[in-house]
Design a protein around this ligand. Structure first.
Ligand code: HMG
Length: 408
């Protein structure tokens, strides 16, 4: 009998502050409708210097453990997907291992392939469980990033920041994934890149949109072929979550996929409100979170309508520039609504602070040196390590070691 493996629980963390896109539009002398309708973006989360990818991921994982009732000692694999690494050698996953108090008997590593890094982690976790290596333990997958483009560039309104954490296990409570039936696509393209000496990404924007759509077509064709060959389920996908660099991209992706299925443009667009829209609510308030983007869309979908989707099949599409993509599917578990209620998925959006454009620009300038700021003397006293305490990046010590609150 095939094992039931999938996502058992999910949670995310966002920075304390955000920028309102209509205010950014005014500052850049752009009609606000270009951002709100043209791109489908409304707010973007902005990380302060103490909210680095490690701190964001720690906070997402702590929330995940507290809300799901799962414990760090159940974890045997911890993978952090990111394209905002803090070190060439020491992976973000190693910091998380310490900050979360994970067991020493644990495989811990970081994955990178632009926004695809989190999905690479999910697929490795699924295979780890299916192979028997897990021996009853679960995997913790973290996706954590700060999406940045130059101030005033075309990419600026498509920034964001945040981390998504999820547990992959046997007999999941949220979504059972179709093991071994994943359509992959890869091609060496220069659509988006982030050279080692830069924090801001460089992008060939319009080309990146085309690369995304080509990758979707390739991965979807492969997924269809594998599913047919394998005698997989023939039921339709009632919803599909896409990688969401900005809302309009998901709309373009859905139209493209439906046209591949034989629908006209008008017929394809008519399915968008039902099949995709609810998955975009969180990203409209946060922006692009790179590796976590697809999983933020999944969280948004489940938050909006888990109850009515129980037992039904949904599709997932992950895209990472450069490029790598994967199309796969899963079934929302019976009882998922109860789990979603327990997780309080939207909780992190409740108490955020709106930044003025002046303050946002100041933060961005200060961030240029954030990774090298020295730990203040005397360092803040270590707070009691608690699952609920917000982790923060303090600075680097005399040997360039990064220091966090709550570090053992
Ligand atoms: P742009 O060139 O400034 O925008 O940058 P545009 O002129 O193409 O306009 C955008 C849309 O707004 C168009 O609609 C316009 O018609 C419309 P579309 O033709 O696309 O349907 N528009 C208006 N609508 C209403 N009122 C108006 C108005 N004016 C224009 N007044 C671009 C857009 C996306 C290129 C830019 O923001 C960018 O470079 N973003 C970053 C790259 C990106 O997000 N690429 C997405 C695919 S690649 C990806 O997803 C991977 C990624 O997440 C990274 C990773 O994998 O690591 C980025």
């Amino acid at each position: 009998m095939k094992m039931s493996i999938g996502i058992d629980a999910i949670a995310f963390a966002v920075p304390r502050a955000y920028v309102e896109l209509t205010e950014l539009a005014a500052a850049r002398a752009v009609p606000p409708s270009k951002y709100t309708n043209g791109l489908g973006t409304h707010q973007m989360a902005i990380a302060d210097a103490d909210e680095d990818p490690v701190a964001l991921a720690t906070n997402a994982a702590r929330r995940l453990f507290v809300r799901s009732g799962r414990r760090p000692d159940e974890i045997g694999l911890c993978i952090a997907g990111t394209e905002t690494a803090v070190d060439h050698s020491k992976p973000i996953a190693a910091y998380l291992h310490g900050l979360l108090g994970l067991p020493t008997a644990c495989r811990v590593f970081e994955t990178k392939h632009a926004c695809f890094g989190g999905t690479a982690g999910l697929m490795a976790a699924m295979d780890w469980i299916a192979s028997g290596s897990a021996r009853g333990r679960s995997a913790l997958v973290l996706c954590t990033d700060i999406a940045r483009y130059e101030l005033g560039s075309a990419g600026e309104p498509t920034q964001g920041a945040g981390a998504v954490a999820f547990i992959v296990s046997e007999n999941p409570r949220l979504i059972e994934l179709e093991l071994g039936r994943s359509g992959s696509y890869a091609r060496d393209v220069h659509d988006f890149w982030r050279p080692l000496h830069r924090k801001d990404a460089l992008v060939d924007g319009h080309f990146s949109v085309q690369c995304y759509l080509d990758a979707l077509a390739g991965a979807y064709a492969e997924w269809n072929a594998i599913t047919r060959e394998d005698g997989g389920p023939a039921e339709p996908l009632v919803r599909t979550c896409y990688h969401v660099p900005y809302g309009k991209m998901a709309r373009k992706a859905h139209r493209h996929r439906k046209q591949i299925d034989g629908l006209t443009e008008a017929e394809a667009d008519a399915t968008f409100a039902t099949e995709v829209e609810s998955s975009l609510n969180f990203s409209a308030q946060i922006g692009n979170v790179y590796t976590g983007s697809l999983y933020l869309a999944l969280a948004s979908l489940l938050h909006a309508e888990a109850g009515q989707l129980e037992g039904q099949r949904i599709g997932l599409f992950s895209y990472g520039s450069g490029c790598a993509a994967e199309f796969f599917a899963g079934r929302v578990c019976e009882g998922a609504q109860d789990m979603v209620d327990q997780l309080d998925l939207a909780g992190p959006l409740a108490a955020r602070e709106r930044l003025t454009i002046e303050r946002y620009e100041e933060l961005r300038r200060a961030d240029a040196i954030a990774d090298r700021r020295p730990v203040p003397t005397p360092p803040p006293p270590p707070s009691a390590q608690s699952l609920l305490h917000a982790a923060a990046y303090i600075g680097v010590d005399a040997e360039d070691r990064r220091v966090y609150t709550d570090q053992a």
